[in-house]
Design a protein around this ligand. Structure first.
Ligand code: COA
Length: 156
C-alpha cells in the first residue's frame, strides 16, 4: 500500500479485493451517473453493478483510492492503458484524481494511454493539464457506446 499526505486528508492506494467489490460498484455507478452529460452509459445500474462485482474487480487490475477507510476513487489499468477512472462525485475537485493519476504514472513510468469521450470536456481538461496529449480522434465505431472518443498519451 502506498500513502500520500494531501493538504486535506491522507489518501491510500491499493488493489481492490473481492470484499471491496460492492463499494467499488457504488463509486463507479455514482461517478458515471454524476457525469451523465459527458458519459453516455450502456446498461442499467443493476447490470453495471453485476459487471463490476463479477467481472471487473475479480478479472481486471483494479485499484482503489481510500480516505479514512472509504473508497473515493476507482481505476482499472490494462498494460499502459487507463481503462476506467472514476472519482465519487462528492470527492471530485479536491485533488483525489490528481493524486491517483500521479500514482498511476508511478506504476507505469514509461507511458500511460487512455480514451476519453470527445464531449467529456472536464476530463479532457484534467488530463491535458497533467501532460496527456491527444493522439487520435475516433468516430466511436469501435466503442460500446458508439461515442466519438480521443486517445490520449502521457510519456515522462
Ligand atoms: C475526471 C476525474 C477523474 C478527475 O478527478 P478529480 O478528483 O475531480 O480531479 P482533481 O480534483 O484532482 O482535479 C479536477 C479539477 O479540480 C481542480 N481542483 C483540485 N483541487 C481543488 C480544490 N480543492 N478546489 C477547487 N478545485 C480543485 C483541479 O485543478 C482540476 O482542474 P482541471 O481539471 O482544470 O485541471 C473526475 O472528475 C471524475 O471521476 N469524473 C467523472 C468520470 C469521468 O469522467 N472519468 C474519466 C473518464 S475518461
Amino acid at each position: 500500500m502506498a500513502s500520500h499526505d494531501t493538504s486535506q486528508h491522507r489518501i491510500a492506494f491499493r488493489r481492490a479485493t473481492a470484499a471491496d467489490a460492492a463499494e467499488v460498484a457504488t463509486v463507479y455507478i455514482a461517478s458515471r451517473r454524476g457525469a451523465a452529460d459527458y458519459l453516455p452509459t450502456v446498461g442499467t445500474d443493476a447490470e453495471i453493478r453485476a459487471f463490476v462485482i463479477d467481472r471487473m474487480v475479480p478479472e481486471r487490475e483494479t485499484w482503489v483510492a481510500e480516505v479514512s477507510g472509504r473508497i473515493v476513487a476507482v481505476m482499472v489499468l490494462d498494460g499502459d492503458m487507463v481503462d476506467q477512472f472514476y472519482v465519487f462525485p462528492a470527492d471530485q475537485r479536491r485533488g483525489v484524481g490528481d493524486r491517483m493519476l500521479a500514482y498511476a504514472k508511478q506504476l507505469r513510468p514509461a507511458r500511460l494511454r487512455l480514451y476519453a469521450f470527445q464531449r467529456n470536456t472536464p476530463a479532457r481538461r484534467f488530463y491535458e493539464a497533467r501532460g496527456f496529449i491527444a493522439k487520435e480522434f475516433t468516430d466511436g465505431a469501435t466503442n460500446m457506446e458508439r461515442e466519438p472518443d480521443v486517445l490520449y498519451e502521457w510519456t515522462p
